[in-house]
Write a protein that binds this ligand. Structure first.
Ligand SMILES: Cc1cc2nc3c(=O)[nH]c(=O)nc-3n(C[C@H](O)[C@H](O)[C@H](O)COP(=O)(O)OP(=O)(O)OC[C@H]3O[C@@H](n4cnc5c(N)ncnc54)[C@H](O)[C@@H]3O)c2cc1C
Length: 369
């Protein structure tokens, strides 16, 4: 039953909305409401690769990555939800001098952050993943504090823990518009009635743009379809395979149980297959069992859009994660709750505010997969 009034309403039940709901309760908000149009994790979160890493070009993303991984390591103890976190590393494969030089600079940043990320020769990369075609490779970068986890488990863990402590999770309940009165948030109109509130957290993924527009806020986030494919069992591959990325093409793969999951930028298996087979010829021997696609939510500079709207007062937003949003959930979710409740932020994320575009202060992230 949808409450008539709430201290805070979260729109969208992906990783951001679920984490925000959890942290709202953690920070003392009583009975916040989460509205999810379909089911929890039915948007980008449930269709993503679940990758978590620290190797970014932007120092803020490095620090968010480290902290998020640490929180996922403590997740079971703190939230009572078992995760399948596999920190088997990320392996970036580099085939041109410009990327080798730039990743070299990223290694200095990794070292400053206390991370043991290191450059490998193509021969060393082969010892990590023997099935690679390395003839045209110049180098690889191995990032040990990285891996992947099943995204639904993270979302369910946050939502269940919040619901146990009073939060309302309303699934099959679409928000229609954010109500504004006198320049302030006044409520959310839904398909099943209106919830009055002075605080809204907008975490509707790629659909945030249309909802923000109902409150007069422009969030420059655009959708791009990304496909993932799942093979039959792949016993010849290492069991603890790192999430491996052919950086210039965007083709990547990781273990999915006894099988492999892989994806890339191409919009069909027919287009992706030759790109994938060039780097991983052994893939041609494996049948593809299933596939799905989800949206990347792209921002103009491939960095997150996170902040409190200048207008209307009471509207907090987070979207535009450009392919690395799942892993930022634990830190951004906490930040959204802090902004909403007027607490001092743990992380200074003012540079992620959407106002950066008007101010001409874009903040490009270059290590986008
Ligand atoms: C193939 C693929 C692979 C990816 N791999 C990775 C990866 O390895 N690592 C990583 O960090 N990121 C990855 N990403 C990106 C990641 O999935 C997203 O950045 C992240 O999940 C965004 O989470 P979110 O909660 O903001 O949005 P979403 O998960 O999209 O959640 C938004 C929710 O809002 C709901 N909603 C929409 N409109 C309404 C409405 N009107 N009312 C109520 N609810 C509404 C939707 O149903 C949805 O559940 C990948 C994405 C894809 C597609």
């Amino acid at each position: 039953m949808l409450p008539e009034r709430s201290e805070a309403v979260v729109i969208g039940g992906g990783v951001m909305g679920a984490a925000a709901l959890h942290y709202l309760v953690e920070l003392g908000c009583t009975e916040p409401v989460l509205l999810e149009r379909e089911t929890l994790a039915s948007g980008s979160t449930g269709h993503c690769a679940g990758g978590v890493r620290t190797l970014f070009s932007d120092e803020l993303n490095v620090r968010i990555g480290v902290e998020s991984i640490r929180r996922l390591e403590r997740f079971e103890a703190e939230l009572g939800q078992e995760l399948d976190l596999r920190l088997w590393g990320y392996l970036f494969l580099l085939d041109n001098a410009a990327d080798v030089s730039r990743f070299g600079e990223d290694l200095a940043l990794q070292a400053r952050c206390g991370l043991e990320t290191r450059m490998l020769t193509p021969l060393e990369a082969l010892t990590v993943v023997p099935q690679l075609e390395t003839d045209d490779l110049l180098a690889a970068v191995l990032c040990p504090l990285a891996g992947y986890v099943t995204p639904d488990l993270v979302v369910q863990g946050y939502a269940r823990r919040a619901a146990e402590r009073g939060a309302h999770v309303e699934q099959s309940c679409a928000a229609v518009r954010v109500l504004v009165e006198g320049g302030c948030v006044a409520g959310v109109e839904t398909a099943h009635g209106t919830v009055r509130t002075e605080r809204v957290i907008l975490t509707a993924g790629v659909w945030s743009r249309e909802l923000a527009a109902t409150a007069g806020l422009d969030l420059p986030v655009t959708p791009e379809r990304r496909f993932m494919f799942f093979t039959e069992d792949a016993p010849s591959f290492p069991r603890e395979l790192p999430l491996t990325i052919d950086f210039s093409t965007g083709f990547y793969f990781h273990r999915e149980g006894a099988a492999l999951a892989f994806g890339g930028r191409e919009q069909s298996l027919e287009e992706l297959a030759p790109v994938a087979a060039r780097r991983l010829p052994a893939l041609e021997e494996l049948g593809v069992r299933s596939s799905w696609w989800g949206y990347y939510e792209l921002s103009p500079d491939h960095n997150a859009l996170v902040g409190a709207a200048a207008s209307p007062a009471g509207l907090v937003y987070a979207t535009g994660f450009s392919g690395h949003g799942f892993q930022q959930g634990p830190v951004i979710g906490e930040h959204l709750a802090e902004l909403t409740l007027g607490r001092a932020p743990t992380f200074d994320l003012t540079s992620f505010s959407v106002e950066r575009f008007a101010d001409g202060d874009v903040r490009a992230e270059l290590n986008v997969v």
